[in-house]
Design a protein around this ligand. Sequence first.
Ligand code: ATP
Ligand code: MG
Length: 315
Amino acid sequence: MNGPWVEKYRPKTLDDVVGQRHIIEHLENYVEEESMPNLMFTGPAGVGKTTTALALVKTILGEYWRQNFLELNASDARGIETVRTNIKNFCRLKPVGAPFRIVFLDEVDNMTKDAQHALRREMEMYTKTASFILSCNYSSKIIDPIQSRCAIFRFAPIKGQDIAKRLEYISEQENIDYDESAIEIIVYFAEGDMRKALNLLQAASSGEGKITEDKIYNVVSKARPKDINDMITKALTCDFMGARDLLRETMVLQGTSGEDMVNQIYQDVTKRAMEGNMDNEVYIDLIEAIADSDFRIREGANPRIQLEALLTKFL
Ligand SMILES: Nc1ncnc2c1ncn2[C@@H]1O[C@H](COP(=O)(O)OP(=O)(O)OP(=O)(O)O)[C@@H](O)[C@H]1O
Ligand SMILES: [Mg+2]
């Protein structure tokens, strides 16, 4: 069987989780003490929140983890009544073969405020028998009384070099040859999201031969960073027609969306400023222009026209 690599290579133990070291160390203490407070894992997508929660549950509950574990996914119905009944039925029973029971609620930020209040009451009710692990992208969307009942762990985007190492490891396991530059470009597009990185690697690995930069571009529909860089250099040196041609070519050939183009332009300009290759004042003006285009494109304006107008600001 060769299913999705994100599942096949989901770390099974806390030790195998890439990055997030300070969090893992804390959790290992809970394992040692065989007790833990309610936990909240928060942070961007694809950085290991669900993975870490599952690994922790299996380690801390041991052999009988299945019997002592309740998982409520975002896809399950999670209205107020379901939360109450499910959690109540589960928490009423004593833990069997484990120190306590664990309720895991994924993507809590998608629950309504009313459902969150119901959840909070259940959390209070069963402090003796169960601990809760909640996971979300934005802790600001969680009501305060729940936040104050949890130890909060903020997961960070995964470092580029750590993603690269993982991709190389998986390629070796799958007997797939790759160019270094292909890995680099996956890391660039993944923006700290390991799930995105693995999905890109797998998509680019179908078919014959080794993974090359070109194969990555074929599956992402984003612009090549080098094309964006050339386009901006042309615009900054007053070659408007040259810049515009590159813009059109990229959008037509790569099928890059307006939103992605603006985003990549933003990344390139920021990189120039960070590396000291662009005056601060110029940078500030450009950011303002980029923000305007971004807004207009999202509101539905014609992306081609907006992007060409943006290029005129660079001249
Ligand atoms: N820190 C990590 N170490 C190793 N693999 C990881 C890590 N984070 C994510 N992955 C890979 O990405 C997949 C998705 O990760 P996970 O489900 O833990 O993300 P998440 O943080 O819960 O994201 P979301 O906010 O979208 O729910 C995992 O199955 C695993 O293959
Ligand atoms: Mg998750």
